[in-house]
Design a protein around this ligand. Structure first.
Ligand code: HSE
Length: 414
C-alpha cells in the first residue's frame, strides 16, 4: 500500500482525488499496490467534500509522516510550491506536479534532488494537460534524436484564433467569448501574450536537449496584434494563423520561439482547433509524429497526474532517468534563424510593385477588395535580413505619408 498526499485542492487536485477514488481498483492493479490518499493540504476547509476528513493545513504533517511516500503538487505558482516540493523530495518522497512554472524555473534542481534521493519527480501534466508528451519524449522516443518540437500548447489562444478564423471575429470579441466560457482568465495576459506557451516550450526544449532551458531565453510574441483583417488574407491564401511554441535543432544550434505563425492546410497542426492542443515532434528515425488532445481541464489534466503517480509507484525503489541534466542550454540568436514572412503595408499595390521588387525581389502579393493596403509573402530569409529589408521598405512608405508596414507574421506553409 502506498500512502499519498495532494497539496492544493483546486480544480486539478480535486480531479486527482476523484480519479483515485473512482478508479481505485484499476489503479491498484496497474500500480501493483493500492494508492491511499491520506492527506489533502489546502488553506481552505472543504466540509462537504469527500476528502473533508483528510484536510490538513500544515505541510509538515505530510513531510514528517514516513508513511507518505507519494506527494502530488497541484497548487500552481512558485511560492510556496517550490519549498514544499523541495522538502518533500529531500524527505525521500516521490513528487508529481502539474505546475509548469515550477518545472520551468526549478526543474533542474528538483530532478537532481530526486536522483540523489532515489525517488522520482514527474511532471507530465505541466505541458499539454492530458496529452502524454513528456513520457513520450523520455520513454517512447528514447531511441530517437529529437530534431524539432512544435506545439499548439495553449487552449485559450487556440480557441480565440479559431473563432477569428471561422467566424471572422475580432480579437477582442473572441477573447470576451473565451472569458465568458471560462477558458480565459479575467486577466488573460499569460495566455494571450504567449507566456504560458513559452514556459511549456521551455520544458519541452529541456526534454529535447537534456539541458536546462529558461523561458527568459526564448523569444516570445503573443496574439494580441493579430486582427480579423489578417484572417481575411489567410482565408484568401488558404492558410490560418496559430500560436506556435517551437524548438528546433539546426546544426549545433537550438532555436526556440513563441509566435503566431501563418500555416497552410497541409501543415499537420492545421486541424488542431478550438481549445485542443497539438504537439508535433520530428525525430531522426521516426520522422514526424503528432500528439493531440485536451491541453487543460480537470479530468484530462488529473489523468496525467494519476499516470505519473502509477509510474512512481511502479518505480518506487529507483529513480527513472528523464534525460534532463544540470548543464544549461545556450539558445541560438533568433536573428540568424530563417523563415518566410507575411507583410501588410498601407498603399496601392500597382503603384508600389516596383518599390517592393527593388527591396524584396519578386514576391507573391495579395489584395483585398475595398482596402487601402496590400500584402506580400517573402521567400525564406533570415530574421535579421528580413528586419533590415522591412525597415527600408517601411521607411520609404512612411516618407511618402503612408502608415507603412501594418503587420508581420511568420509563415510556415508545410
Ligand atoms: N491557460 C492554459 C490554456 C491552461 O489555456 O491552455 C493550461 O495550461
Amino acid at each position: 500500500m502506498m500512502y499519498a498526499a495532494i497539496m492544493g485542492y483546486g480544480t486539478i487536485g480535486s480531479g486527482v482525488a476523484e480519479i483515485l477514488e473512482g478508479s481505485r481498483e484499476r489503479i491498484a492493479e496497474r500500480a501493483g499496490q493500492e494508492i491511499v490518499l491520506k492527506y489533502v493540504l489546502d488553506l481552505r476547509e472543504f466540509p462537504d467534500s469527500p476528502v473533508a476528513d483528510r484536510i490538513v493545513h500544515d505541510v509538515k504533517v505530510i513531510e514528517e509522516d514516513e508513511q507518505v511516500g507519494l506527494v502530488v503538487e497541484t497548487m500552481g505558482g512558485l511560492n510556496p510550491a517550490y519549498s514544499f516540493v523541495k522538502s518533500c523530495l529531500s524527505a525521500g518522497k516521490h513528487v508529481i506536479t502539474s505546475n509548469k512554472a515550477l518545472v520551468e524555473a526549478y526543474g533542474t534542481e528538483l530532478l537532481q534532488i530526486a536522483r540523489e534521493k532515489g525517488v522520482n519527480f514527474f511532471f507530465e501534466a505541466s505541458v499539454g494537460g492530458g496529452i502524454p508528451i513528456i513520457r513520450t519524449l523520455y520513454r517512447c522516443l528514447m531511441g530517437e534524436r529529437i530534431l524539432e518540437i512544435t506545439g499548439i500548447l495553449n487552449g485559450t489562444t487556440n480557441f480565440i484564433l479559431t473563432k477569428m478564423d471561422r467566424d471572422g471575429a475580432s480579437f477582442e470579441a473572441a477573447l470576451k467569448e473565451a472569458q465568458d466560457l471560462g477558458y480565459a482568465e479575467r486577466n488573460p495576459e499569460a495566455d494571450v501574450e504567449g507566456h504560458d506557451t513559452c514556459r511549456k516550450i521551455a520544458i519541452l526544449t529541456a526534454m529535447m536537449t537534456g539541458k536546462e532551458v529558461h523561458y527568459k531565453d526564448i523569444y516570445t510574441e503573443g496574439i494580441t496584434r493579430i486582427t480579423d483583417r489578417d484572417f481575411c488574407y489567410a482565408r484568401k491564401m488558404g492558410t490560418s494563423v496559430k500560436l506556435f511554441g517551437t524548438s528546433r535543432i539546426v546544426g549545433d544550434q537550438v532555436y526556440a520561439r513563441v509566435a503566431p505563425v501563418m500555416i497552410g492546410r497541409e501543415h499537420p497542426l492545421y486541424g488542431v482547433s478550438g481549445v485542443f492542443n497539438g504537439i508535433l515532434v520530428k525525430s531522426d528515425m521516426l520522422g514526424t509524429s503528432m500528439y493531440y488532445g485536451s491541453g487543460a481541464g480537470k479530468l484530462p489534466t488529473a489523468s496525467a497526474v494519476v499516470a505519473d503517480m502509477i509510474e512512481a509507484v511502479q518505480n518506487q525503489d529507483r529513480n527513472v532517468a528523464l534525460g534532463w541534466g544540470n548543464e544549461q542550454q545556450q539558445m541560438a540568436d533568433i536573428n540568424t534563424g530563417e523563415c518566410r514572412y507575411f507583410v501588410r503595408i498601407e498603399g496601392n499595390l500597382s503603384e508600389g510593385k516596383q518599390k517592393l521588387a527593388s527591396v524584396f525581389g519578386q514576391v507573391e502579393t495579395f489584395v483585398l477588395d475595398d482596402t487601402d493596403e496590400f500584402a506580400f509573402l517573402t521567400e525564406k530569409i533570415s530574421e535579421k535580413c528580413f528586419r533590415e529589408l522591412a525597415t527600408v521598405l517601411d521607411g520609404e512608405y512612411q516618407s511618402k505619408g503612408s502608415e507603412g508596414i501594418r503587420q508581420i507574421i511568420r509563415v510556415e506553409l508545410a
